[in-house]
Design a protein around this ligand. Structure first.
Ligand code: DC
Length: 232
């Protein structure tokens, strides 16, 4: 059967990666979390001390250092899922904390960062057979993706999910801080000049505020089957 590209875009913390991972595992496709790539570059910038106390970034310095940044994925043998690596070091845990979350939007708004990561993402899809989640996959990275989904949920539901996720990993967090961070990122992601978050005209809209993980997984599997049956 011909393989396709599934592009899953949407707001932060609305379960995009859970549904993308599940689908990829079920149908034997590669899963790529592009948010993890922007987070890895942000971690690099934090480690280099490129942020001022007010959160501003020294973009010129980051641009000079970009050739030294390699973001890659390594398969976790236990789970079969990709782990993000920064210059060969697995940084999966470091990129999920609130510090990286609080600094990632300005990094993701930089054109030279987007260009470098977009090029890498497009190379990953050359053979198709890919489920990729992010903000601009259906609009910029793969405008020709065969199946596009735009996922959203209320900010409060998303903050609660992120809080529960961090708590389950034993990482301390404050719900109000997380809600503020979710709202701020929505605003910056949707209003930036380059590749702003928006629904592609041919994307299916999924508001999962009231859906369980199992329901959303089943919904996506149905859409995938419809699409691939159509093409068979
Ligand atoms: O999905 P996430 O929360 O891990 O993404 C982290 C940040 O990266 C988010 O604020 C938006 C940005 N991002 C982006 O601009 N483009 C993508 N394709 C993926 C993520």
């Amino acid at each position: 059967m011909r393989k396709i590209i599934v592009a899953i875009d949407g707001h932060s913390s609305c379960g995009k990666s859970t549904m993308a991972k599940d689908l990829a595992r079920e149908v034997g496709y590669i899963y790529v979390d592009t948010g993890a790539m922007y987070r890895a570059v942000t971690l690099f910038a934090l480690r280099q001390g490129l942020f001022s106390p007010d959160g501003g970034i020294d973009a010129a310095r980051l641009e000079t250092l970009m050739p030294e940044v390699t973001v890659s994925f390594r398969l976790d043998e236990a789970t079969g899922l990709p782990l993000v690596c920064l210059n060969g070091e697995c940084v999966e845990r470091d990129i999920r904390g609130l510090e990286v979350s609080a600094h990632v939007s300005p990094v993701a708004a930089l054109p030279f960062v987007r260009e470098a990561l977009t090029r890498q993402q497009q190379a990953m899809g050359r053979e198709r057979g890919l489920v990729m989640d992010g903000r601009d996959i259906g609009t910029v990275v793969f405008p020709d993706a065969e199946l596009k989904v735009f996922v959203t949920a209320s900010a409060e539901v998303r903050a609660r999910r992120r809080y529960d996720e961090l708590a389950a990993k034993g990482m301390a967090a404050d719900y109000d801080d997380i809600l503020r961070n979710v709202q701020e990122r929505d605003y910056i992601d949707s209003h930036r000049e380059v590749a702003p978050l928006r629904q592609a005209p041919d994307a299916l809209l999924l508001d999962n505020s009231l859906l369980t993980v199992a329901q959303q997984k089943a919904w996506l599997m149905e859409r995938f089957k419809e699409k691939t049956d159509d093409m068979a």
